[in-house]
Design a protein. Structure first.
Length: 278
């Protein structure tokens, strides 16, 4: 199924949560002078034009990155906001997808492996990274399958981002299968799994299965509104991080209430985290 295009949702509250945590993990990996790989299973187009007709059809960025930029965020948001600014190159109408966020943090010896099945978005990725072919590899391929050839990375250090569109119910089960297989290949990798908060059983079933894997994890949720009365629509999102940096929870947790209040769309906004580190 190839109908999903992230351009409709770029810079929304879910992107803020995902890319904030992603930036913190990338920043942490840079604290060691050892190369690492970043693998993105559903890379998207890389860079999004917020003043485009597509983005403004829903204008979700107005209640996401725009609110954050117009507030007074704590220093913990600096690495994320600096990555956004660097990718936008001074233009307020550009927002980076996960590939450009990752690229901002990479050192010369690090590698970025991108998978994107949608042909138009894969072509845009090729354009975006045309000058970085020695460091960035792009494949128009199902990332759930493509990741297998990347693990374990030669450096034995790696970050994997998994954020499918979840347009089909199978994506939830495929995430769990992908993680199980990936952990067999690369047990010490750091895996970030984004998912939508919806009034349907599949997201919670996926989380329950991820919890049953008994790994070290951090689970962060951000709800920006109450679940709708009709049962439809995404009211928030979550990030499940396997083998998180040991500093991640203590960095994030004190600022979650502020983030929920800043991005709130009604009185139902809230954020929380829980985890396990042995």
């Amino acid at each position: 199924m190839l109908s999903y295009r992230h351009a409709f949702h770029a810079g929304n509250h879910a992107d803020v949560l995902k890319h904030w945590l992603y930036s913190l993990v990338l920043d942490y990996f840079n604290q060691k002078d050892k190369p690492y790989w970043v693998i993105d299973t559903h890379a998207g187009a890389g860079l999004y034009q917020l003043d485009s007709a597509v983005a403004n059809k829903t204008a979700e960025y107005v209640d996401g990155i725009q609110r954050l930029q117009q507030s007074q965020p704590a220093e913990i948001f600096d690495s994320y906001l600096q990555a956004v600014a660097a990718a936008a190159k001074g233009q307020k109408n550009l927002y980076p997808g996960s590939p450009c966020i990752a690229s901002h943090f990479l050192n010369a010896a690090d590698k970025l492996r991108l998978f994107e099945l949608h042909p138009a978005d894969a072509a845009l990725l090729e354009q975006q990274f045309s000058q970085q072919k020695r460091q960035v590899s792009i494949q128009q391929k199902d990332g759930f399958e493509g990741i297998k050839a990347c693990l374990p990375p030669p450096t034995k250090r790696g970050i994997v981002l998994i954020d499918p569109p979840y347009e089909v119910k199978d994506d939830y089960a495929r995430v769990v299968d992908c993680i199980k297989d990936s952990l067999k290949r690369f047990a010490t990798g750091t895996y970030l799994i984004w998912y939508p908060r919806l009034q349907r059983p599949e997201p919670q079933q996926m989380i329950d299965k991820l919890r049953s894997l008994n790994t070290d994890y951090l689970h962060v949720t951000l709800d920006v509104q109450q679940p709708s009365a009709d049962g439809f629509g995404m009211y928030g999102s979550g990030m499940w991080v396997i083998n998180p940096p040991w500093t991640l929870r203590q960095s994030v947790e004190p600022h979650l209430s502020w983030l929920a209040n800043t991005l709130a769309q009604d009185a139902g906004a809230q954020a929380a985290c829980e985890g396990q580190q042995r």
